[in-house]
Design a protein around this ligand. Structure first.
Ligand code: F6R
Length: 605
């Protein structure tokens, strides 16, 4: 989604803005732009990569500016729609959606403003100009305009001859970076660690004024606000590509370390404790009678796996809902229910709104399972578990998913213990399995050459089907999502038993069918489903365990994972599916890390 970087400093801030935009590229975008004050306004915009904008900005010097990567919502990706948008001598960049923009636009057109783009952002620029006629101070004008905007937004504004940048946020992320020689703002910390590690997370409705030597923040209630300064621990290397060709490849191969870091807190532990989920957890996780998991996309697939674990281990009913559905449906609230929000970014608008919705219905036992500390979802929930996958840059989620699974298994086992359903023996076994996960995943990664050899056979296909059963049904869904999002091959995940109720009609020699076939109690059932595919001429690609009794035959290709991993098997079985989609995308030559139309951090609904 859109990314914002703003800087006012002693140094030339042009390289800072460009580098910041590069760090935000992973969020997904289609055009980029920058507005510099020296002291009049210079605006540069380009469609495509930040590198093109960097070439345009070569030689520019400024101490004051705002920059933006745009992911199109209102109006096609084009230079005229790229940010910043200007009105008179001011420039605005914006992340989010202004829902009442049509009504505001009509009002501004009636007042004589001409629009040169199709965006909702240009409305904000003209509205500030109009407001400045009666409220001459930029800060006060932005405060007044913010009151008129409906929707989710983060905004940064500069004006010719002014010495400040004014920013505000409501429902979209924005943080400040406090530097030695100036002050900065950005959509996430990765854009600013080049200049400072001292970060301030703005709260809903905050308006802030950044000057070279000062920062002033006023809260939504209009009074001066003190916000905590956080020392960012984000590692600069974490966002470098290193020797890898793509971030997705890097992140797939980082999974052993990501799992080890996430599970570090149980490193030497002999037993599980609810404190893993926060200081209030012993009280809040006590007597949990049911669980509601809210998430989107890949994170929702992690939740679907967790449902099997929670019901099987803890004997507690668990439902998983797609956040964008839950937030708008009339549901029957249960104030005792534990609400678990799963999100890599912690900023996904639908997931955040679904938690707020649950809270508004009286459901106060909320747990965020998230990869980004201090993100909006973490701050919204009473309890938290932070996965330690490190920054995930590739749009297709990989290491975030496997670390979410590890954390959710910990949750299921903890709830089982609280419910008195976990013997000391089982607890010890689970801890051993969790600790061994990084090594087990490392061994699965060694399958890459064989998977690469399969990838070429998928690249010319239009469709693919992914099958799994039980715990591995969500893994089939995840495999299909990975393939479709980065290779643009239409793929569907199905519970294998459901095949004969419709999708079997699609199967022919042109439709590869991928199956996840661990050696569990459902294997024989799954094999019957695979026979149904083979009988219709379908080409089968099966990911089995070392000891799964599935043999190669014409039309049935088998790759074996090194070991069978019991309840935690989904963490291993998703890895070859990630590698498969990565290599199919490579053969097809798609933009692996930034697939078309998608964004990493989905801060609009
Ligand atoms: C798919 C993918 C998305 C995200 C979804 C939720 O590879 O990455 O489906 O999982 O947009 O994002 P988070 O987890 O940040 O809430």
């Amino acid at each position: 989604m859109c990314g914002i970087v703003a800087a006012v400093a002693e140094r030339n801030i042009v390289p800072v803005l460009i580098e910041g935009l590069k760090k935000l590229e992973y969020r997904g975008y289609d055009s980029a732009g920058v507005a510099l004050l020296n002291p009049t306004l210079t605006r540069l915009r380009s469609v495509g990569r930040v590198a093109e904008l960097a070439a345009q900005a070569e030689g520019q010097v400024a101490h004051h500016g705002i920059a933006h990567t745009r992911w199109a919502t209102h109006g096609v990706p084009s230079q005229r729609n790229a940010h910043p948008h200007v009105s008179g001598g001011l420039a605005v960049v914006h992340n989010g959606i202004i829902e009442n923009y049509a009504e505001l636009k009509a009002e501004l057109q009636a007042a004589g403003y001409a629009f040169s783009s199709d965006t909702d952002t240009e409305v904000v620029a003209h509205l500030i100009s109009e407001t400045l006629k009666t409220v001459p101070e930029l800060f006060a004008a932005v405060q007044a305009v913010a009151k008129r905007l409906i929707g989710a937004y983060a905004i940064a504004v500069i004006r010719e001859w002014d010495d400040c940048i004014v920013v505000t946020r409501h429902g979209a992320p924005l943080l400040l970076g406090l530097g030695e020689d100036g002050n900065y703002a950005a959509s996430d910390a990765s854009a600013l660690i080049q200049v400072t590690r001292r970060m301030v997370y703005l709260e809903e409705g905050d308006v802030a004024e950044l000057k070279r030597g000062t920062v002033r923040i006023v809260g939504a209630d209009g009074t001066a606000a003190e916000r905590t300064v956080h020392e960012s621990t984000l590692s600069a290397d974490a966002v470098e590509l290193g020797d890898y060709a793509h971030y997705m490849q890097k992140e797939i191969f980082e999974q052993p370390q990501a799992l080890a870091a996430t599970l570090e807190m149980i490193g030497g532990a002999q037993s599980l404790t609810p404190n893993l989920f926060g200081v209030a957890a012993p009280e809040m996780l006590k007597d949990v009678k049911s669980v509601l998991i809210l998430a989107c996309g890949t994170s929702c697939h992690a939740g679907m796996v967790a449902r099997y674990w929670i019901e099987q281990l803890a004997g507690i009913p668990c439902t998983v809902e797609i956040a964008s559905e839950y937030r708008y449906r009339v549901s029957v609230p249960n104030p005792e229910q534990l609400v678990v929000a799963i999100s890599q970014s912690g900023e996904t608008a639908d997931t955040l709104a679904s938690v707020k919705h649950a809270k508004s219905l009286g459901m106060g036992r909320t747990l965020a399972l998230c990869n980004v500390p201090e993100s909006a979802i973490v701050r919204e929930c009473a309890l938290r578990f932070l996965t330690r996958a490190g920054p995930e840059i590739g749009v297709a989620s990989t290491k975030a998913f496997t670390t979410q699974l590890a954390a959710l298994f910990l949750l299921a086992a903890t709830l089982a213990k609280q419910a008195g359903r976990l013997s000391a023996d089982e607890e010890a076994k689970h801890l051993v399995s969790l600790r061994h996960l990084p090594v087990a995943v490392q061994k699965v990664l060694a399958l890459e050459p064989a998977i690469k050899a399969w990838a070429g056979r998928f690249a010319d296909k239009q469709h693919a089907l992914f099958l799994g059963r039980g715990l591995h049904y969500p893994i089939a869904l995840e495999g299909a999502l990975k393939l479709k999002e980065i290779s643009y091959i239409h793929a569907e995940g199905y519970p294998a038993g459901e095949l004969k109720h419709g999708p079997l009609a699609l199967v022919d020699k042109n439709m590869p069918v991928v199956s996840v076939a661990p050696n569990d109690f459902l294997l024989e059932k799954l094999k019957s489903n695979l026979k149904e595919v083979a009988a219709r001429g379908g080409e089968l690609y099966v990911f089995a365990d070392a000891d799964s009794a599935v043999d190669e035959e014409p039309g049935l290709h088998v790759l074996r994972l090194p070991e069978h991993y019991g309840l935690l098997s989904p963490v291993l079985h998703v890895v070859p599916l990630q590698l498969l989609s990565y290599h199919v995308a490579l053969v097809k030559g798609t933009d692996v890390d930034k697939p078309r139309n998608l964004a990493k951090s989905v801060t609009v609904e």
